[in-house]
Design a protein around this ligand. Sequence first.
Ligand SMILES: *Cc1c(COP(=O)(O)O)cnc(C)c1O
Length: 399
Amino acid sequence: MSALYATYARSEASFERGEGMRLFDQHGREYLDFHSGVAVNALGHGDPHLVSALKAAADKVWHTANTFTIPEQERLGQRLVDATFADAVFFTNSGAEAIECAIKTARHYFWAKGQGERYEVIAFSGSFHGRTLGTIAAGGNPDYLQGFGPAAPGFKHAKPGDLDSVKALITPETCAILIEPVQGEGGVTAMSSEFMQGLRKLCDDNDMLLILDEVQCGFGRTGRFFAYEWSGITPDIVAVAKAIGGGFPLGACLAKGDVAASMVPGTHGSTYGGNPLATAVGNAVLDRILAPGFIDNVNAMGQRLSWHLQQLAQKYPDYVLELRGKGLLSGIKLSTPARDMVTRLRDDHQFLCIGAGDNVLRLLPPLIVSEADIELAMEKISAAFDAIEAEAAAAPAAS
Ligand SMILES: *Cc1c(COP(=O)(O)O)cnc(C)c1O
């Protein structure tokens, strides 16, 4: 009996060693990792550059409060500013905290302009923004809100892809729109460029801020550094986490300078956020992801994955209902229960992936995936479909 909260349906599999795209469990069994600890292990396992950065940081000062200057944090912040739309960065330990900072920044921006009544955020059904009291209200998933008292006020939910449903929710109290450019956990749904451009225009026309949750889809995963780049828009605030630390807990809220300007001493804080260990690793992750050709290769592998998935869909039309996503954030909507498929792939085929809402099998390989890895993944998924078919044929026909 485990001493831990029973909040996760845990498998007994426990990984002792990792090497690139592969993990090895306590029995020495080798698994192909298309899960990446939920899009976190962007550089796979045991990347030598990350390992040496963390070891070097461990020999220095591990932690100081954020009231002192942390050189690695200054450097990582400046590099993120140089590589994006942003002028200012606040570091956190997680995605939910990055979203909290984003929402607080938007509300405070209007409050400082004497418009404190503008605090409402328009978010979307099917979205996921984290598990704090604020971010479950932002996500609006009734399953995650149930039993935790009244939802934090100030969030309304529109329909993804439906601009009219967004317009209908705009009031004099609205301060921002909050959206994942590619919904991850909700079912791997990519927003169209037209929709993202429409949201930008709605924000411009109504003096609202556009907040993007790129915690899962950002940092190279879709084949661009950030997913918003595909639509050519410029956001006002972007929340980042997961891949930014490559496995070390780290997140960030990026903002335009005028938007972040009201976040002065006393308005926000985090004890650990951006500490020397975390930002040393963050800088090492950035070295790899922004190296010439890295993201281009992610884009190429995303296209290969998409091509192979189309072949799979043609071969197994009874099982594959729809292909979704963008780049290396991809989903297969299944006719059979996705949760059972995740378990079957893990236990029978040593293949790690993850479910998503709407009965979708989510594939999130490390960004270092090769086409040979993708081909092996397709073989394993095909073998699982074949096994399901064989079991159905062997079972007595239901009459
Ligand atoms: C994972 C995730 C979060 C929450 O991140 P945590 O680090 O678990 O707090 C928020 N938004 C999106 C899109 C995510 O995928």
